[in-house]
Design a protein around this ligand. Structure first.
Ligand code: CTP
Ligand code: CA
Length: 229
């Protein structure tokens, strides 16, 4: 879609988008991380700005992406930094979209010095749970009427298919909208196209057909704007 063909339906709104992956340091050179490129979150931020919003992009680690035009970028490389940045920006936000891939766990401690190979059996990694930023936002609802959007990258397994896991996650998180992507087999991560389902807390379910991440972003904003007070 051409920017000048987009509606200006986010004018006067502040939207917060988190994007990219967090890295949880093991030592000065090593981390636990993930494959998130940040591209879907970047597209959400860019399209929101084109539709008139004031945009805060809380940016984790990404592929080599340039900052989108007319967007405030707040770098946040770890789950803890991302939680602080999202919380601060969410205080006056109309919409928060958690597109970031937040590490669920972090090493229980970060070694000050580089961990050496040594001669013995490697020590097992001890991990601590990171805060669930999305669930925390929904729980504390810092602003009445704020629309909170989550993402879920799912694979089917013995317990059920992608949609089954998406519905369960929506119920667990309590956010207004959940974008569910199928992952694995080269889908979603490190790709330019995306597809999935948009699930709403009020029961609405919409399929998002395969298309560019910008097109998917437009469909997501189309679902958000009618929910704004
Ligand atoms: N999320 C978050 N904070 C975390 C982990 C995830 O805010 N510590 C957000 C993500 O940004 C995403 C949503 O929660 O919007 C779902 O993330 P996901 O990893 O699918 O959910 P989890 O509850 O961590 O479930 P899973 O065990 O499947 O990883
Ligand atoms: Ca997770």
């Amino acid at each position: 879609e051409r920017p000048d063909a987009l509606p200006r339906d986010l004018e006067g709104r502040h939207v917060v988008v988190s994007a990219g992956g967090t890295r949880e340091a093991l030592d000065p050179v090593r981390f636990l991380g993930n494959r998130s490129s940040g591209r879907q979150g970047w597209a959400l931020a860019r399209v929101a700005a084109q539709r008139g919003a004031r945009v805060t992009l809380v940016a984790g680690h990404t592929a080599d992406l340039a900052a989108p035009a007319a967007v405030d970028v707040v770098p946040a490389g770890t789950a803890a930094a991302m939680e602080a940045a999202v919380r601060a920006a969410a205080a006056d936000a109309d919409v928060v979209v958690m597109a970031a891939a937040v590490a669920d766990f972090r090493p229980i401690a970060t070694a000050a010095d580089k961990i050496k190979r040594g001669g013995d059996e490697p020590a097992p990694l001890r991990l601590a749970q990171n805060p669930d930023i999305l669930a925390g936002l929904v729980h504390d609802s810092p602003r009445p009427g704020q629309v909170v959007v989550g993402f879920a990258a799912e694979t089917g397994d013995a317990d059920g298919d992608v949609l089954h896991h998406g519905r369960a996650k929506l119920a667990r998180k309590g956010c207004d909208l959940l974008v569910v992507n199928a992952v694995g087999d080269g889908k979603a991560f490190e790709t330019l196209d995306n597809a999935g389902w948009l699930l709403a807390r009020d029961g609405g379910e919409e399929e998002l057909p395969m298309g560019s991440k910008a097109l998917l972003a437009s469909r997501i904003w189309d679902a958000v704007t009618p929910r704004l007070p």
